[in-house]
Design a protein around this ligand. Structure first.
Ligand SMILES: [Zn+2]
Length: 328
């Protein structure tokens, strides 16, 4: 019913690729379908991240983000979602002349015609030559907060550019008072999560490596920091081999708050309902436990209290039907 960890560039449909290639005047390679899904032989997060090259090449002109956001929200509405947070990195869309702000405005336009409520999370990118671009992204979060943008994130290769390199960026984020999540503890260990907690993140993207350290789990629980777990993506990046290996029961037992997400509907060939199905089956989750995870997602969402109450009412009205439709 909620997907709060969902990358725009990793979630295009086949129709989107065709439409965007015409809009962008970029010819699709003959074998394009083999380039946009995570290959079975992927060995790591870095292999996974290569699947974003083609979609990004098609999302560099005005109208391309607006179209992609609207199309994604239409699909989410059909899946029965009632709220979503869609994320992307504006600095990866400026190769053909748009600036970061124009990219953000284009994406916000896509929210306006959508059938469900949604907000945008703007991602900074892990790297060592883009400090200014990351700061610009952060300033845009502040400028458009509450106007279509709800939060800030740090994405990219966690192994090449460890979380500790971004202390200044998050010091600034704290100063500006914007809410943020940080991808951490996905391909790197629990230390990366500790770092994100030190930086003041209120949510952690993935965070599954918290399982390796008792103190990290206690810290997550006591500070009520939510983990955005994306199970299929974790299998594809080889963080785990089977759904059963994910620390779902452990986190429930330890009181670590989390909820499920799709990460990338196209790259991972999934959607958030499929993620719930897989985890319910693998761990024989009780209906009450599934409800609890949805409550976590709602509580963790970057929206104000009034909107949360409205969504809670909608969630309760729709929960039974949504659960039945999962056919678990
Ligand atoms: Zn992600």
């Amino acid at each position: 019913m909620f997907d709060l960890h969902l990358h725009l560039d990793g979630s295009l449909s086949k129709e989107d690729f065709i439409y965007l290639s015409k809009l962008s005047q970029v010819e699709l390679p003959m074998n394009y379908e083999s380039l946009i899904h995570c290959p079975k032989e992927a060995k790591s997060l870095d292999d996974y991240l290569r699947c974003f090259d083609l979609p990004l090449s098609l999302m560099q002109v005005k109208g391309s983000l607006k179209y992609s956001v609207k199309s994604l929200l239409d699909r989410l509405s059909k899946l029965g979602l009632i709220y979503a947070e869609i994320r992307f990195a504006p600095q990866l869309h400026i190769a053909k002349g748009m600036n970061q702000e124009e990219v953000v405005i284009d994406a916000i336009e896509g929210l306006k015609e959508a059938k469900i409520k949604a907000n945008l999370i703007l991602c900074a990118m892990r790297g060592d030559k883009n400090e200014l671009e990351n700061l610009e992204t952060l300033r845009l979060v502040k400028k458009y907060l509450g106007k279509g943008v709800s939060g800030f994130d740090l994405a990219g290769s966690e192994t090449l550019y460890p979380t500790n390199l971004f202390a200044n960026l998050f010091k600034e984020a704290q100063k500006l008072g914007v809410p943020y999540t940080i991808h951490a503890g996905e391909s790197a260990g629990y230390e990366s999560i500790e770092q994100a907690l030190d930086f003041g993140a209120s949510r952690i993207g993935h965070g599954v490596r918290a399982k390796d350290n008792e103190m990290t789990m206690i810290r997550l629980k006591e500070n009520k920091i939510f983990l955005e777990i994306c199970p299929t993506s974790n299998l594809q990046t080889k963080a785990f081999l089977r759904y059963e290996d994910l620390p779902i029961r452990l986190f429930l037992l330890k009181g670590v708050h989390f909820f499920l997400n799709s990460d990338n509907m196209c790259v991972s060939m999934t959607d958030v309902n499929e993620e719930y199905k897989a985890i319910i089956k693998a761990f024989k989750l009780h209906k009450n436990e599934v409800y609890l995870l949805l409550c976590n997602a709602l509580e963790a969402s970057f929206i104000d209290e009034e909107d949360k109450w409205a969504l809670k009412k909608k969630m309760d009205e729709n929960f039974n039907d949504w659960y039945l439709n999962l056919k678990v």
